[in-house]
Design a protein around this ligand. Sequence first.
Ligand code: IPE
Ligand code: IPE
Ligand code: MG
Length: 597
Amino acid sequence: MIHTAYSGASLHDARLREAYKVCLRLLRRRYPSESDCLAVLPAKVLLSLSPVLASGSVIDDLSDNGAASADERAGQASAWIRMLEEDIERGDSTDPVRRAMAHLTRTLDLPADSVRLMHERIARDAVKATPQTWQEWAEYQRAALGPILIAVDCVTSRLGAPLIMSAGHEAALVDAMLGFQLTDDLTDFAEDLERGYVKLPAEALDGCGVSAEDLLARRWTPATARLVRAATERARAWLQPQEPTVHWSITSALLTRAFTNVYLAALHKVERAGPALLSQKVTLSSAARQRILLPTRAAAAVAWKLSPYARHTPTAPTPHEQRAAADLSGRLPAPRGRMLPPAPHPSGARPPVLNPAALPRHVAVIMDGNGRWAADRALPRAEGYRAGANALRDVVDGALEIGLPCLTVYAFSTENWNRSSTEVEAILDVVRDNIADQELFDRDLRFCWAGVPDGLPKDLVDGLRERERTTQHRTSLTFTMCVNYGGRSELAQAARSLARAAMAGEINPAHIDQRALARHLPHPVPDVDLLWRTGGEQRTSNFLPWQSSYAELLFTPTYWPDIDRRDLWQSITTYTQRQRRYGTAPIENTAPMSSSK
Ligand code: IPE
Ligand code: IPE
Ligand code: MG
């Protein structure tokens, strides 16, 4: 199965295949039970998850390395994370796990932030803080488990098999994972004692009259038995099998069932272990696990055949493949659900054929000139905004047709509150109409909102958030609308968040660098390749100052309502003729363009 998955994932390169194999082997060795559970996923999904989980496991090991001091462990883990980031940027590595991770990040276009957050939360384990209360214990675990789920979901949803369907669903999954985590802590009780740790909160020990010294000295008393019973009961409560609802994904229903069954069996063994729990790790035999997982595996085989996953393009297409597909069929492959292809332009115009490697990944647009367009026609300014909405719809279709991965548009700036209330209302009414435009959202686009709710009508904020939620698993075009957005206030928000993290001891102020700041920005907007402003003004008006610091700038005279997708394509063509240098000397006698990315 895995062999077909290798070819399905286009892993024809022997070094890459080996890298993924190393990840799978590492997971099997480190987490045999969990690997068995994960096998309810289609082979290709499992293969793609393996670098994410294996990298987490490497960091976990570095943070757990008993031979080193807490500082050394934290240093080793963060050095590994740094090397991974560099390797992702280079697209290759000397280390197999990082090589697979670099390949996966590129092919699935994984958001670096999600994976990094998962790694950093795992690395926190280097500092072995003993929680005082169960609440503290759960909070600490939640902070690590949430990012793991999200990183997993990033991979699985790109392959058409999303894990998380909604915020409520995510919370339910995190709770189930608390049960897995506590069971893990119990099965590994002896190993942790060996290393001098008691992972249960002080509250649990005190409540049963057990001291950490007793445990470390492996003294088994009736009080210890009470402690184990109380902890297993708590784990069982979290593990209570939840009936999957229609709102659950197949991925989550199968994984929860597999993990819950295996962990409940492990808990049962913990309960029966008695004094041996303090001296010996509790394990389920491989045969027992296979027996437990048999029904879930059978269900999985049927479920995947019937699920939309089976109809989904087996490999998440790279941007290059997407463009090729779009060129061939005139539309992008819709990964799931009924999605409308972009409507053709009335003139019959088709996107220009450009070197895929030279295309921008992220175009950000300042849609300016609506008011002047209206004034030229002796119309109220509101008419300009309404006409601008049609232009936007056409440009989105053009972005889909040319296979642009990210389009961000500036719809309302925090400075625009300086306009009259009638004008503000007219602009926000048009944004409301954009959000209500079902035909627009029937396109395969993932909608994001960048901006702050302050001052916006509640129904508009709800509408923006709802569109974000319902399109979060789409894959073709990330379409970000900046509404009540201000670049400087976004930077101030990042500064506040960093300061809070530093005060909480989560980050060393000396380690605050560009990446750390970028991570604390409130919206996951990637670096802009092309910043395009219509309407003739040559300024950026507080739009994405951080993300655009190396963008190519393009100012064109046409007022926004007169723009259509052909202007977008022309801007992109202009971009491909630029040479991005990032501080290097000009390259002579070569074809223009080609970013050094
Ligand atoms: C820009 O158009 C869009 C918004 C601010 C909503 P303008 O309203 O600034 O148009 P001009 O610059 O006055 O023509
Ligand atoms: C920028 O345009 C804001 C939007 C396009 C939403 P403005 O027209 O408000 O910018 P300035 O005031 O001319 O700089
Ligand atoms: Mg303007």
